[in-house]
Write a protein that binds this ligand. Structure first.
Ligand SMILES: [Zn+2]
Length: 203
């Protein structure tokens, strides 16, 4: 896809901004150089592999594309959970919620509230995150949006600073899986909060 220089510069600047803001929150990611490829598939698909982001752009670079971009950049941190089973919620939910935190810092609380209420609408009547089948038609929405909302609820419960600390520690842990995440919650905030979180995964 040929991009005009202005658009390319806008995207590049946003990539750098997102990368730097997220590095301030979580520390620098393990990855080295970052490659961003722009695709214009008919069906918008954006994905991130270690050090490579394929970013869908069909029309223009608007607020929504910038949010997708932030989600993809956040996968530089959140990509180590198993993508083949329901624990993919850790990759997708954390990437999505990181992008919402990033936009909260950038555009303030009213934009954040708006994004949370959109999120709430998207997750209405979705099946539980826990054990969601890979072939379930709602899988992508469940692991991305329902998980992000659950993380929002956790942040409300434990506070912003504690929440970021939790994510920092989780990012550095050797085993990125659901059990590790739950035991970190328990160690830092007690069994009641852990159990509540665990039961919400199953709701
Ligand atoms: Zn993703």
């Amino acid at each position: 896809m040929n991009l005009n220089d202005k658009l390319r510069d806008t995207i590049k600047r946003n990539v750098q901004n997102h990368y730097e803001s997220l590095s301030l929150l979580f520390g620098k990611p393990d990855s080295g150089n970052l490659t961003l490829a722009i695709n214009n598939y008919n069906r918008p698909i954006s994905y991130t592999r270690k050090e490579f982001i394929s970013f869908s752009l069909n029309n223009s670079f608007d607020k929504e594309s910038n949010q997708i971009l932030a989600h993809e950049i956040a996968h530089l941190w959140w990509n180590k959970a198993n993508i083949k089973n329901w624990e993919d919620w850790l990759n997708e939910g954390l990437a999505e919620y990181s992008s919402l935190i990033l936009f909260r810092e950038k555009y303030g609380n009213s934009v954040f509230k708006e994004n949370i209420s959109k999120l709430k609408t998207k997750i209405k009547d979705l099946p539980p995150i826990y054990n969601i089948n890979y072939n379930n038609e709602y899988r992508q929405d469940v692991v991305t949006y329902k998980s992000a909302y659950l993380l929002y609820e956790l942040e409300n419960k434990i506070g912003k600073t504690n929440f970021i600390d939790l994510l920092k520690i989780f990012y550095k842990s050797n085993e990125i899986n659901n059990a590790t995440f739950l035991s970190l919650i328990e160690n830092k905030f007690g069994i009641a909060i852990k159990e509540e979180f665990e039961s919400k995964l199953k709701e």
